[in-house]
Design a protein around this ligand. Structure first.
Ligand code: 5AD
Ligand code: SF4
Length: 428
């Protein structure tokens, strides 16, 4: 979501005549996008602004956007010397106006307002992180209030974008040469647009699975989606993937813990047994679907036995990849009131042990790709080898030999070597 917001800000600024540079040292205006979901981003922001202030360069105008901007608002102006304006998570569309006002001498601008009614979600081709891959937000915000999480506070309530608008964007991206779209949102499968009728021609129980089929019908080469929320993950999503080849064979389904006690304390709304059933359904699909997840260790009250349940869970699920985090209290979240009673040393021990278990299971699982042919989108010339690099439909990084003339094409690659975070192969 944050990369998507930065691309949107660059688009709005580019449209208003600003020249976008990634060179912080020569920029007249520095816009810092912040994310406080997993890290103490405020401290990082403080250091970053301090570094600019203490450098020899003429002081630029500095703006802060993202989670920290939304949560801290005008206190940022007081706390961090050098910050000129603050732009909340839904105010990105007004970034050019706000900078215009700052350049006209207005001080202390803090815009934490809602999106404009006619907010334009498109990103200019030149400001996308890749010419071939595009993010398409389908739902923003979150209503789930998992007890550890800041997102419902920094991003506000769930709001789904109209299906015809999403389909129109995908068609436009396809026409401009984009090969892969990522439908993004905190919980894509909680997608619930105001007008359900727009999707009535598509099969499936949930609005999200219908949307997947509607997007698949555009004929764009590849569609990925992230993140899925276990409580709202139903079989119709797997059925859609089984039916439409251009819906990629990858599901990111954060589990967070293997212990029902911890899951309840996190208010995740799912038990581990139910999660296992979903894993079984995905595993038994007619296509080989890669599964990735997020896990937190050291949540308040997590006992050694709870942690063992997480290790067992990792062994059962056989994830293709897992992001593991040490619990970090976030002021303003319900869990902040609980004692952070797993010591940092124990969190680290649990993190390393779970990482070991995941790596072992991952290495085992990834072996299924050896000597198999996967379809890869050639995205970049590899910096390390002379070949190319890109992602497979199952969202693995694949390095392979090939010339730059192939960039932007979908190619078949036979996998010859497996490393823990990437695959290597040869064009077939
Ligand atoms: N501490 C640690 N990890 C967290 N996440 C979210 N909030 C916290 C927190 N307070 C992790 C979750 C989520 C991912 C995006 O970040 O695993 O799925
Ligand atoms: Fe955070 Fe839970 Fe919402 Fe995910 S579902 S963004 S973890 S509150």
């Amino acid at each position: 979501m944050n990369v998507s917001d930065s691309e949107r800000a660059a688009t709005v600024l580019g449209d208003s005549g600003f020249e976008i540079t990634s060179d912080e040292d020569t920029a007249d205006i520095v816009l810092i996008n912040t994310c406080s979901v997993r890290e103490k981003a405020e401290h990082k922001l403080y250091t970053r602004v301090g570094r600019i202030r203490h450098s020899d360069r003429a002081m630029p105008t500095i703006g802060v956007m993202g989670c920290v901007a939304q949560l801290e608002g005008e206190t940022l102006l007081r706390k961090i010397e050098g910050v000129d304006f603050v732009l909340g998570t839904r105010a990105v569309g007004r970034v050019a106006d706000v900078i215009g006002r700052v350049l006209n001498g207005e001080e202390g601008i803090v815009d934490l307002g809602e999106r404009e009614e006619n907010y334009d979600w498109t990103v200019a081709d030149t400001h996308r992180h890749s010419p071939y891959v595009a993010f398409v937000p389908i739902i923003e915000g979150c209503n789930k209030f998992c007890t550890y999480c800041i997102v419902p506070f920094s991003r506000g309530r769930e709001r789904s974008l109209p299906a015809p608008e999403i389909v129109r964007q995908v068609e436009q991206l396809k026409a401009s040469g984009v090969k892969e779209v990522h439908l993004i949102g905190q919980n894509v499968n909680s997608y619930r647009p105001d007008r359900q009728d727009d999707l009535q021609d598509f099969a499936g129980k949930s609005a999200f699975s219908k949307l997947l089929r509607a997007v698949a019908a555009t004929g764009i080469e590849r569609i990925k989606f992230t993140t899925s929320f276990p409580r709202d993950f139903h079989d119709d999503i797997v059925e859609a993937i089984e039916t439409h080849e251009n819906l990629c064979n990858w599901v990111h389904l954060p589990v967070q813990s293997g212990s029902n006690r911890t899951l309840a304390a996190m208010k995740r709304g799912h038990t581990i047994e139910r999660y296992y059933k979903q894993i079984d359904r995905i595993r038994n699909a007619s296509r080989d679907i890669a599964i990735t997840t997020d896990i937190i260790v050291g949540f308040p009250g997590e006992s050694e036995a709870d942690f063992r349940d997480s290790v067992k869970m990792v062994e059962y699920c056989g994830f293709d990849m897992a992001y593991i985090f040490k619990y970090s209290p976030r002021p303003g979240t319900p869990a902040f009131a609980l004692p952070d009673d797993v010591s940092l040393a124990d969190k680290t021990i649990r993190f390393l042990e779970l990482e070991r278990a995941q790596k072992a299971s991952q290495n085992e699982r990834l072996r299924r790709y050896l000597n198999k042919t996967v379809q890869v989108l050639a995205e970049n010339a590899s910096t390390r080898s002379k070949g190319l690099t890109g992602h497979s439909t199952c969202h693995k990084v694949v390095n392979f030999s090939g010339s730059t003339g192939l960039l932007g094409s979908l190619v078949d690659v036979k996998i010859t070597e497996i490393k823990s975070n990437s695959l290597f192969g040869e064009l077939v």
